[in-house]
Design a protein around this ligand. Structure first.
Ligand code: GCO
Ligand code: MG
Length: 396
């Protein structure tokens, strides 16, 4: 089999998505997700101008070789733009391989280790009572795990709470550690009292704290037994996680900003985290994620792949196929998409009573309607920016 065409489809059914479609001389095609929120066109351009020409005539069966050729062969490697482009190619190749074998993708990844995968979704509110009301709606739907974020008093805009129209330029949020550190332990004290002890509770710090602040927060959250505390620190200096680890018995998750397996090195080897939550679309796809999962197993680290609404249903399906297969699965982040997404993408993971699964069809199980995609043209959009009250830029 030979690759005859590599298409890049940019579409905006509710929000921007970049899809790679690889076509072959045998009529089989595969799709992959190459969406990088706020940098969509940079990835699309790399795919069109620099990567697609390398693939024509190649055998799509040789996924590892194609992966290494794009990663190492072109000398310049890594970074979110390149690794997102590579992820799109990688997923599309796995899709083709599984379709050719006439098997669901999970089968090629080792087969099912479980029947369904535990998932969590995002719950937020401007205040504690609103968070609780929203949580009850999800619990009625069957969710057994929920991620909680709440508005921080005195701060304008809080991660995970508001969707403010910024006229196509980044909305500037305001954030201070002191009110944040005072609010979050009280939130979980309240939620445990109101919602009980069975529910799995999670929280995303979104890389905002210093190591000692994170240690203080982790310590204060100990009594509420979180499933995990996510992304307490910015991703660059991995040794900083030692400070949190020594200070509190609380599971730590990290990884959505990582771009290669080497980002996991210190965190795994020193057992500084409990859950690895790379984004399959930003880490070079299933090939790299499978290696990371297998490597994590050695260090008692479980998987919790990134699953926000800013990557497409193709990536969410890839997550669940891998979740079904690896032995050290932990939990899967899940989200609701805009209704228009169904016009473009034929499938999403199946939700039932707090768990996800996939349809028993060959491949990843998703086709992209190119005519529908064209009806939703790209719209420039940015992630918000976060600043301290004195104006200093910090992690959003
Ligand atoms: C999560 C993430 C997202 C990111 C988003 C950025 O845990 O789901 O933190 O909410 O903020 O993916 O584009
Ligand atoms: Mg996160």
């Amino acid at each position: 089999m030979k690759i005859t065409n590599v298409k890049t489809i940019v579409t905006c059914p509710g929000r921007n998505y970049v899809v790679v479609k690889i076509e072959t001389d045998e009529g089989l095609s595969g799709v992959g997700d190459a969406t990088l929120n706020g940098r969509e066109l940079a990835v699309a351009e790399i795919l069109k101008e620099h990567i697609a020409p390398l693939l024509h005539g190649k055998d799509p069966d040789q996924i590892e070789d194609i992966w290494q050729h794009i990663f190492r062969g072109s000398y310049w490697r890594g970074g979110p733009v390149l690794m997102t482009a590579l992820a799109g190619i990688d997923m599309a190749l796995w899709d083709i391989k599984a379709k050719k074998a006439n098997l669901p993708l999970y089968s090629l990844l080792g087969g099912k280790s479980r029947d369904k995968v535990l998932c969590y979704t995002h719950v937020s509110g401007r205040d504690f009572a609103e968070v609780k009301e929203n949580a009850l709606k999800y619990m009625e739907q069957g969710y057994k795990a929920l991620r909680f974020q709440v508005g921080i008093p005195g701060c304008k805009g809080t991660y995970g709470i508001e969707n403010i129209d910024s006229n196509n330029l980044p909305f500037v949020e305001e954030w201070e550690p002191r009110p944040y550190l005072q609010t979050i332990p009280k939130l979980f004290e309240y939620l445990r009292a109101e919602l009980g002890t069975d529910l799995e509770m999670l929280h995303d710090v979104h890389e905002r704290l210093t190591p000692v602040e994170a240690k203080i927060l982790a310590k204060e959250l100990e009594p509420y037994q979180l499933f995990f505390l996510e992304d307490p620190l910015r991703p660059e200096h991995k040794e900083s996680f030692r400070i949190i680890r020594q200070g509190a018995a609380i599971p730590i998750a990290m990884g959505e900003l990582f771009n290669t397996k080497w980002d996991c090195l210190t965190l795994f080897e020193e057992q500084l985290i409990d859950y690895i939550r790379c984004d399959l679309s930003h880490i070079g796809g299933l090939t790299e994620a499978k290696k990371i999962a297998n490597w994590a197993e050695v260090y008692h680290v479980k998987t919790a792949w990134h699953g926000p609404p800013d990557i497409s249903p193709i990536a969410h399906l890839a997550n669940v196929h891998l979740d079904l297969a690896v032995t050290n699965f932990g939990i899967q982040e899940q989200c609701a998409f805009a209704p228009e997404v169904r016009d473009v993408f034929s499938a999403q993971p199946l939700f039932n009573d707090g768990y996800l699964s996939v349809a028993e069809v060959p491949g990843l199980g998703c086709e992209v309607d190119e005519a529908a995609a064209a009806k939703y043209p790209y719209r420039r959009s940015y992630l918000p920016v976060s600043r301290r009250k004195d104006g200093t830029v910090q992690d959003w």
